[in-house]
Design a protein around this ligand. Structure first.
Ligand code: TYD
Ligand code: MG
Length: 453
């Protein structure tokens, strides 16, 4: 017999409580507990299907090679996944509404049809709407099936009949299962639906992509919990005001998490941007104080990115430290190094730091660039236009070696830069590309002397 029960579940982290609480004791979110009705089946617990390969096997005997990966033909997308889709993988694509998740998946689905049938479940839009979009994107694959269905049971039934090679669920917040009474999009619904789709993906080996309207701070139903369930989490980000979109892997069981794919949203859909450095430098001001170019590594790829600093006298009270695209604590630390080790008086100044083009930098190799940008704005003297710099800066003001110097230098040379300041320890084993003057530095102060004296 089935029994109805009321529980309160946190819409942020999925915690369940028998009574209402103002603050979630688990994740600390306020006012996030929502009443949900669940039907408890007397049989108790969920049944976990036994998997055929649950007896121990020798590692050497497991057959899995990189050739098994399936390609969408969109190179930027395949690379972010780690070189294509792994059979049976379960992937979440998150991002703000309207950023282009459906567009990306529809284009990828068109490419996957070369490897097999694709079932695209559109729980948000009608098949007509998707068809209109597909026309614009020039996706006209024979083996692409659309299904406008919001019931999970309906979707599973169609999957059983069609036996697709790929499954796309757009989006997980709009599908619901009749087994639970709570509203679609609530934590319990999202968890249950994702759980059942995961069993399908793993059990049948159907690679499954689910779209989730989640922002990075996780403002919609259970994104944290979804991240634990899936193999790969991709975020599709970008500024609604910019046509550029960045696809970033934040969790990937089958590849590196540092990879990014860069796209441009046009009226014919998303196009790949194979040369992101050119894009990020396109609007760089000439000979402007505070602007510096750093060769950052995004996964296996070097990308030149412009850093902009603005140091100005604080009006009153506490000086402001505002950063976009870079960790503010790291910037505060580097400001303190400039103050103490180089002797600039900056602590009382307002400091703004921006990574141009909406990119995000989180590797320590950009430290030297941050220091130079801050110093340049502070002194009101531009860094030479065709100079790049990289290196980690320690608390003693020393410049430490970083990984992959050769790739960074080569990318800078390719784009016409002719001078590179880099850690002295990196310089030793490095061959300089044609026309590139490389200067090894040991301290931040030394680098600033070279730039501004
Ligand atoms: P969409 O994929 O529907 O976003 P999401 O699924 O993440 O909510 O993309 C919607 C936006 O993309 C919309 O604002 C219009 C824009 N767009 C284009 O600029 N060109 C195109 O060819 C398409 C299909 C969409
Ligand atoms: Mg959509």
């Amino acid at each position: 017999m089935n029994k109805q029960k009321t529980i309160f579940s946190c819409q942020q982290c999925g915690l369940q409580s028998p009574k209402w609480l103002g603050k979630c004791p688990d994740c600390g979110a306020w006012n996030a507990l929502v009443e949900e009705t669940v039907t408890v089946t007397k049989k108790g617990g969920r049944t976990v299907p036994l998997r055929s390969e649950s007896s121990p096997v020798r590692l050497a005997e497991v057959s899995a090679t990189d050739e098994d990966r399936l390609h969408s033909g969109i190179e930027e997308f395949d690379r972010v996944l780690g070189g294509g889709v792994v059979p049976g993988s379960f992937t979440l694509i998150g991002g703000d509404p309207g950023i282009g998740k459906s567009t990306l998946l529809l284009q990828a689905a068109g490419g996957w049809t070369k490897a097999g049938t694709v079932l695209y479940v559109t729980a948000e839009e009608s098949t007509r709407q998707v068809k209109l979009r597909a026309g614009r994107l020039d996706v006209a694959a024979q083996d692409l099936y659309l299904l406008a269905e919001t019931s999970l049971e309906g979707v599973l039934e169609q999957v059983r009949q069609l036996k697709p090679a790929f499954l796309v669920i757009d989006s997980i917040q709009t599908v619901f299962t009749a087994a639970l009474e709570s509203a679609p999009g609530s934590v319990s619904q999202v968890r249950e639906c994702a759980g059942r789709l995961m069993h399908l993906a793993k059990g049948e080996g159907v690679p499954t992509f689910i779209v989730g309207h989640v922002t990075k701070d996780g403002s919609i139903a259970g994104p944290r919990m979804l991240e634990h369930m899936v193999d790969t989490v991709l975020y599709f980000e970008g500024d609604a005001g910019h046509p550029y979109r960045i696809l970033r892997a934040v969790k990937n069981r089958f590849g590196s998490t540092n990879e990014i794919g860069v796209f441009e949203m046009k009226d014919v859909g998303l196009t790949e941007v194979p040369n992101p450095s050119e894009l990020f430098l396109a609007e760089r001001p000439r000979d402007e104080a505070g602007s510096v170019v750093v060769p950052a590594m995004e996964g296996t790829r070097p990308i030149l990115i412009e850093l902009q600093a603005l140091v100005s006298g604080a009006a009153f009270g506490n000086p402001r430290r505002t950063t976009m695209g870079i960790d503010p604590n790291r910037v505060s630390l580097l400001v303190a190094v400039l103050e103490k080790k180089v002797g600039y008086t900056m602590l009382a100044q307002d400091i703004f730091l921006n990574v141009a083009g909406g990119a995000r930098l989180n590797e320590p190799a950009v430290d030297l660039g941050v220091v130079a940008a801050l110093a340049s704005s502070h002194l009101n003297r531009p860094v030479p236009q065709r100079t790049v710099l990289f290196g980690e800066v320690g608390l003693a003001g020393e410049v430490r070696a970083v990984s992959r110097p050769e790739l960074r230098v080569r990318e800078a040379a390719r784009l016409g830069f002719d001078q590179c300041l880099l850690p002295a320890n990196n310089l030793k084993a490095l061959e300089s590309p044609q026309g590139m003057k490389m200067i090894g530095v040991r301290t931040a102060e030394e680098a600033l002397q070279i730039l501004f004296d």
